[in-house]
Design a protein around this ligand. Structure first.
Ligand SMILES: [Zn+2]
Length: 301
């Protein structure tokens, strides 16, 4: 019903060039030259990235088929309830996720995005990454303008004083050294809560938790506001490693498309045909993104 209303508004405002039925059936274009033409003129590019970008670096998500840590999937451990019930087990899970990142590297998609940001910055043009990924691979690739909707594996927040801090220590605390093995027959380490990561603010010593957004929690309002500002001002939007009809892009891409700003998807998924999104490039984003974001012949610097 909502979509129907949207289409009627578009019809009444005379924005559609093709007959209604034709437009609805139209598939997004995969014309790279046409995308490059728009890209070459864009001054403010928003790049929304999802799990697919991390998956191409081999980062486990512990979701979906086969996605288990011991007997559990992320949605069973990444909750405030799981942490209050068993902070040792949840910390083992996150300790493992932090340690596994040592063996993972940014892929060609991360590098293409970071390279594009750096190059365009010299031309007075801006690239902002809005990501749901918590692995910091965008930063690892060199991206500076990154909005992490779900926080980071490498940040902690104090349960007592609320202090947030970057934390790349290995192990994050002595008691977690060698713990966190993922195989289903591993027993819980049952680390006493005093030996789990603790706050180092003067006089606090509160229990730290990973500064990530867990299931059932709301997004950080400052980050959300920043993301809204980027999306309200961008003149090109890329949706990478996720579909524009799936979170997180589904939250944002429609508002961009409603301003008639081009949205281009780069993913492995078969996207529902929609008149809202202009381009779709199918395949691993490590393959499709580098040629799309490479230097355009019109770039001076
Ligand atoms: Zn504290």
């Amino acid at each position: 019903m909502q979509q129907f209303t949207f289409m009627v508004i578009r019809l009444n405002s005379g924005l559609l060039r093709k007959p209604w039925g034709c437009q609805v059936m139209a598939r997004p274009s995969s014309d790279l030259a046409a995308f490059r033409e728009i890209f070459s003129k864009a001054k403010n590019i928003a790049i929304i990235t999802g799990a697919g970008v991390s998956a191409e670096s081999g980062v486990p998500t512990f979701r979906g088929a086969g996605g288990y840590w011991r007997k559990w999937q992320a949605q069973e451990l990444a909750t405030p309830e799981a942490f209050s019930r068993n902070p040792s087990r949840v910390w083992e899970f996150y300790h493992y996720r932090r340690e596994v990142m040592i063996t993972k590297n940014p892929n060609q998609a991360h590098l293409a995005i970071a390279g594009c940001e750096e190059r365009l910055a010299k031309q007075g043009r801006k690239v902002t990454v809005i990501t749901q990924n918590i692995d910091e691979l965008h930063r690892g690739a060199g991206s500076k303008n990154v909005l992490e909707l779900h926080g980071s594996l490498f940040k902690t927040r104090c349960m007592s004083c609320g202090h947030e801090a970057a934390n790349h220590r290995r192990p994050i605390c002595a008691a977690l050294a060698g713990k966190g093995a993922p195989s289903p027959d591993t027993h819980d380490a049952e680390i006493p809560v005093e030996q789990l990561p603790r706050c180092e603010q003067t006089g606090c010593r509160g229990l730290l938790r990973p500064a990530v957004v867990w299931f059932g929690e709301t997004l950080d309002s400052d980050i959300l506001t920043s993301a809204e500002q980027v999306l309200d001002s961008c003149d090109l939007c890329l949706v990478v490693g996720t579909s524009s009809v799936v979170y997180p892009a589904a939250m944002f891409a429609p508002q961009v498309a409603a301003r008639r700003v081009p949205v281009a998807e780069f993913n492995m998924e078969h996207t529902p045909a929609t008149m809202n999104f202009k381009f779709h490039f199918h395949g691993p984003c490590g393959t499709t993104l580098p040629p799309a974001l490479a230097r355009h012949e019109s770039e001076q610097l």
